[in-house]
Design a protein around this ligand. Structure first.
Ligand SMILES: Cc1cc2nc3c(=O)[nH]c(=O)nc-3n(C[C@H](O)[C@H](O)[C@H](O)COP(=O)(O)OP(=O)(O)OC[C@H]3O[C@@H](n4cnc5c(N)ncnc54)[C@H](O)[C@@H]3O)c2cc1C
Length: 304
């Protein structure tokens, strides 16, 4: 992993810089590329447009690392309310949640109840809940709570990161439990002992994990903008006789728009991950870390 990326991921955890960024007009403008808006209404409006273009959506109410139980309950209500309102409006969207937003740093049982609230209310309107994967200190608890919820409600899935060396074992057990997986490379700062640091290794492992998921029968989601991985998934799915509807691609709002449209035009399913809310700092910094050009663009305009 480059020093540049490590630095930005480190800064993404610094509260001091958060205040500076959040009040800077240029950063606010730049974040609008990746975030639908501050409000649920804005997110639903963008969802409507994306649905009309053939995309399904997963909404993400931005927020993480909550340490106040009331804030965690408020997040749970917002996630559940958003999915209910979207379903009532006939929109094709599920929801992606983060356990650190639902209070797992405060208390595991609190996060479980908050997650259950979202999953049960989403189930009533026939919608799917994806639990995002955060830093590796939350991997075990995320898998544990997802598995616990899955015992009573099937509309839940989670995410596996191909930079983590443990991921093939995790996919094997998720496959056994028939829990749908979204496969990503991974967006956090992780030490060498547990995570590949070299991009080639992350890509090769992603390919190996793709093979494990292709046979899962759980409609896996391949979340990447990396064209070589997308081609690999398409070829492998073809070799094993999967239909285009047996899996989906997922991409982030505002990234690789042409690629997203081309896949839809070729008959593949593409789901857009659509964040909204005013707590956008951590998400925004991870997007900057993924691509140096994003930061250079910001700095160039900063001077003017
Ligand atoms: C739908 C979705 C959900 C995700 N959920 C999680 C999660 O729960 N946990 C987690 O750890 N990570 C998650 N991620 C992030 C993921 O781990 C990667 O950090 C991110 O997808 C970048 O990797 P890539 O596979 O697109 O490949 P890269 O090699 O990083 O990117 C390939 C190409 O995509 C374009 N691109 C990628 N990122 C950007 C960017 N920020 N700005 C502009 N262009 C870009 C560039 O053209 C780049 O060359 C998610 C990603 C997606 C798409």
């Amino acid at each position: 992993m480059s020093l540049f990326r490590q630095t930005l991921l480190f800064l993404s955890q610094r509260k001091e810089l958060e205040e500076f960024f959040k009040h800077n007009p240029l950063a606010q403008q730049a974040r609008s590329r990746f975030v639908a808006g501050d409000t649920r209404a804005e997110a639903l409006e963008v969802t409507r447009k994306l649905n009309a273009e053939g995309f399904s959506v997963t909404l993400d109410y931005l927020g993480e690392e909550v340490i106040d139980p009331d804030q965690a309950r408020e997040a749970s209500e917002e996630y559940a309310g958003a999915v209910e309102e979207a379903a009532a409006a006939g929109l094709n969207t599920g929801i992606s949640v983060k356990l650190s937003h639902l209070g797992v740093r405060i208390d595991e049982q609190l996060a479980f109840s908050n997650l259950m609230n979202v999953v049960e209310r989403a189930a009533r309107v026939d919608r799917f809940v994806r639990v995002d994967m955060e830093g590796s200190d939350l991997t075990d608890v995320t898998l544990k709570l997802v598995s616990r919820v899955r015992q009573s409600t099937p509309n839940i899935g989670t995410v596996i990161q191909s930079y983590l060396r443990r991921s093939d074992a995790d996919i094997a057990s998720l496959n056994r439990e028939k829990i749908p997986v979204r496969l990503v490379k991974g967006a956090y700062l992780e030490p060498e002992e547990i995570a590949f640091q070299n991009e080639e290794e992350v890509v090769l492992y992603y390919m190996r994990l793709t093979e494990a998921l292709i046979h899962s029968g759980t409609r896996p989601a391949f979340a990447t903008h990396d064209t070589k991985l997308i081609e690999f998934v398409i070829d492998l799915a073809d070799i094993f006789g999967l239909k285009k509807t047996d899996f989906e691609f997922q991409m982030l709002y505002g990234i690789s728009n042409e690629l997203q449209k081309n896949l839809i035009a070729d008959g593949y399913r593409v789901r857009v991950y659509l964040p909204y809310g005013d707590d956008w700092y951590g998400y925004f910094m991870r997007r900057l870390a993924e691509r140096p050009a994003n930061l250079w663009f910001l700095l160039r305009h900063w001077k003017k």
